[in-house]
Each structure stands twice: as structure tokens, then as C-alpha cells.
Design a protein around this ligand. Structure first.
Ligand code: HEC
Length: 150
């Protein structure tokens, strides 16, 4: 009786651990897919910044960048540093320096929203400089929290 109970508890514990790992793998995949959207949207903005920007195109990409921003902290929740069978470029500093990571995410959010505001206002002259400011927040986070070369 007692043994059955212990085996039952152990099995429940294993199931819980397996569930947590699936959760972490899914979260890592979701953040990489989300960052791909960020990368593609940012490229769209940079392409516009070379000539005279089309405010409507920048607006579309900036809206996507702002939408992804709201998800960043959720992509890096506790227990999602690694998962078996999934590669990740997120450095352990994301979790050991979570205040710094959150600050980097806020910097990105602030600059993405400024870009969207410029596009909404049709202020095309200000867009290239704001795109560069936003790019600085990508680098700011990647330098400290993402492995190089990935
Ligand atoms: C707050 C931190 C942070 C900000 C801001 C940020 N990134 Fe990232 N990014 C990361 C981390 C961490 C990874 C690695 C995720 C992983 O592999 O689990 C990453 C991964 C990526 C990837 C690779 C996705 C893949 O797996 O193929 C691209 C592309 C990318 N970021 C582009 C950008 C661009 C462009 C910006 C700015 C417009 C940006 N990121 C802003 C932290 C950030």
C-alpha cells in the first residue's frame, strides 16, 4: 500500500518533470519564432530607411515589432534556459541578470513604440534615425544575453 503510494508519487513527479521540459522546449521554439518575426520586421524597416520611407510600410512592420515586444518577458520565463534536444542561443545571464534583461526589453519597447508613433504621424524624415535607435536596442540585448555567432 505504502509502496504503491510512493510509486504513484514518483510517477506523478516524473510526469510533472516531463511536462515542464515540454513546456520549456515549446517556449524556446516560440521565442525563436518570435525573434524571427522581429528580425524580418526590423529588416523591413531598414529597407525602407535607405530611400524615402513609405510610412504605411513602416507602420506595418513597427506594429509587428511592438506586438512582439509585449511577449518578450514571457518567452524567457523561469526554467526555459535550456531543454533537451533544443538549441538555444540565450545566455544564462538572461536569468542571472534578469533586471538587466528586463531593462533591455524595456529599451526595445520604448524605441519600437517611438518608431510606430513616427510612422503613424507620417513623419518619414525621422524614421531612419529612429530605426537606428531601435537597432541599438537589439544589439544592446544581444551583446549581453545572446550567444555570438548564432
Ligand atoms: C531583451 C533582449 C532582446 C532584444 C531587445 C532583442 N533580442 Fe533578438 N534575441 C534575444 C535572445 C536572448 C535570442 C536568442 C533566443 C534563443 O535562441 O533562445 C534572440 C534571437 C534573435 C534572432 C534569432 C532567432 C532564431 O532563433 O532564428 C534574431 C533574428 C533576433 N533575435 C533579432 C532581433 C532584432 C532584429 C531585434 C531588434 C529589433 C532583437 N532581436 C531584439 C534577445 C533580444
Amino acid at each position: 500500500m505504502k509502496t504503491k503510494l510512493i510509486i504513484g508519487l514518483a510517477a506523478a513527479g516524473l510526469a510533472g518533470a516531463a511536462l515542464a521540459q515540454t513546456g520549456a522546449a515549446d517556449t524556446i521554439k516560440a521565442r525563436q519564432a518570435g525573434m524571427k518575426v522581429v528580425g524580418a520586421s526590423f529588416k523591413g524597416v531598414m529597407d525602407q530607411s535607405r530611400g524615402t520611407p513609405d510610412a504605411a510600410v513602416v507602420k506595418k512592420h513597427a506594429a509587428a515589432l511592438v506586438a512582439q515586444s509585449a511577449k518578450i518577458n514571457g518567452w524567457f520565463g523561469p526554467g526555459t534556459a535550456t531543454a533537451p534536444g533544443v538549441k538555444t542561443s540565450a545566455l544564462p545571464t538572461v536569468w542571472s541578470n534578469s533586471a538587466g534583461f528586463r531593462k533591455a526589453a524595456v529599451n526595445y519597447d520604448t524605441q519600437a513604440k517611438k518608431l510606430l508613433a513616427l510612422a503613424n504621424a507620417g513623419d518619414v524624415a525621422g524614421i531612419p534615425a529612429q530605426a537606428r535607435a531601435l537597432g541599438g536596442t537589439c544589439k544592446g540585448c544581444h551583446d549581453d544575453f545572446k550567444a555570438k555567432g548564432d
